[in-house]
Ligand binder design. Structure first.
Ligand SMILES: C[S@@+](CC[C@H](N)C(=O)[O-])C[C@H]1O[C@@H](n2cnc3c(N)ncnc32)[C@H](O)[C@@H]1O
Length: 283
């Protein structure tokens, strides 16, 4: 049943149903919301970011940005598809007060929460809404991701990140976003993005094990999805394709791909695959 739901039930429906359920719970039992940390979003918003502990996952990723991406406290940072601030929250304790963090996302409620709770306490953290259509996250959005120009001038950032965003975008949007990332990064700036990457079986068969996602449906515009009716539910791309797209826009791969645990259930540092790249001086 889980397999059929995964393939055929649009995730917008399940996401909406779960959010409505937790919002109703919160209204009926206000004391039942998690307490303690003012930067922990309410449960009906936590659904945007998948499984795992919100604060622990944020801290884990912050360490990966530092260790593998070379993130520094003085960096100006762009978080593409920032959601409800899972990566922003731990960065509030790391970035210097005069370093700038910018995040954008397509879910109005998520951005409103980040502005009210994160920016209110950390004025160097800014969040913007992009009214982009995505079948799962913003079905009424007016803009196509492929037509969206990131709202920042060229060469604005030292570091760009996205976590679990390119796993929900079609290939044309991925190609466009990579070009935008290259545009807004300063020469020498670094980026760390996560993906579901399909490795070339000839060069990397991967350790034994059953992948936790079944990307059986080839998309006409590139990549493979877990669902024929709701492709943006989870999308994977060939590793070689993503690396070639990055090279085309002037993002030079810095280190080997950090393979995630989704492929083999291993003790990899994170669930999704990570690619670190550096903006070359002349794209
Ligand atoms: C699984 S969530 C991850 C959120 C956040 N990056 C995190 O790790 O907590 C996927 C996010 O991608 C956002 N998203 C989907 N399409 C997008 C687009 N075209 N541009 C920017 N964000 C997008 C969704 O709104 C959602 O917040």
């Amino acid at each position: 049943v889980h397999d059929l739901v995964r393939r055929y039930l649009p995730s917008a429906l399940t996401l909406r149903a779960r959010r409505a359920y937790f919002a109703t719970l919160a209204a009926l039992h206000p004391g039942a919301e998690p307490e303690g940390d003012p930067l922990l979003p309410p449960r009906h918003l936590l659904d945007f970011v998948g499984g795992g502990d919100f604060l622990a996952q944020g801290r884990l990723h912050r360490e990966l940005f530092i260790r593998h991406g070379g993130l520094r406290p003085e960096d100006d940072v762009l978080d593409v598809g920032c959601g409800i601030g899972r990566m922003a929250v731990p960065l509030t304790g790391f970035l210097a007060a005069d370093a700038r963090y910018e995040g954008f996302d397509i879910v109005p409620e998520a951005i409103a929460w980040c502005q009210a709770h994160i920016s209110a306490q950390h004025p160097n953290f800014h969040f913007q809404l992009a009214d982009i259509h995505n079948r799962t996250y913003n079905p009424r959005g007016r803009l196509a991701a492929t037509a969206y120009r990131f709202p920042y001038p060229d060469a604005s950032f030292d570091f760009q990140l996205s976590t679990s965003v390119f796993t929900h975008l079609r290939r044309p949007a991925l190609a466009h976003y990579l070009a935008e990332i290259a545009r807004v990064l300063r020469p020498g700036g670094r980026c760390l993005n996560t993906f579901f990457l399909l490795a070339d079986p000839a060069t990397d068969a991967g350790p034994a094990g059953r992948p936790s996602q079944d990307f059986r449906y080839a998309m006409p515009d590139g990549g493979r999805s877990v669902s024929p009716v709701d492709p943006e539910k989870a999308i994977a791309f060939d590793a070689a394709d993503v690396l070639a797209l990055m090279a085309q826009v002037g993002l030079r791969i810095e280190a080997p791909v950090l393979w995630g645990s989704w492929r083999d259930g291993s003790e990899a540092p994170a669930y999704q695959d990570m690619v670190v790249a550096r903006r070359t001086v002349a794209a």
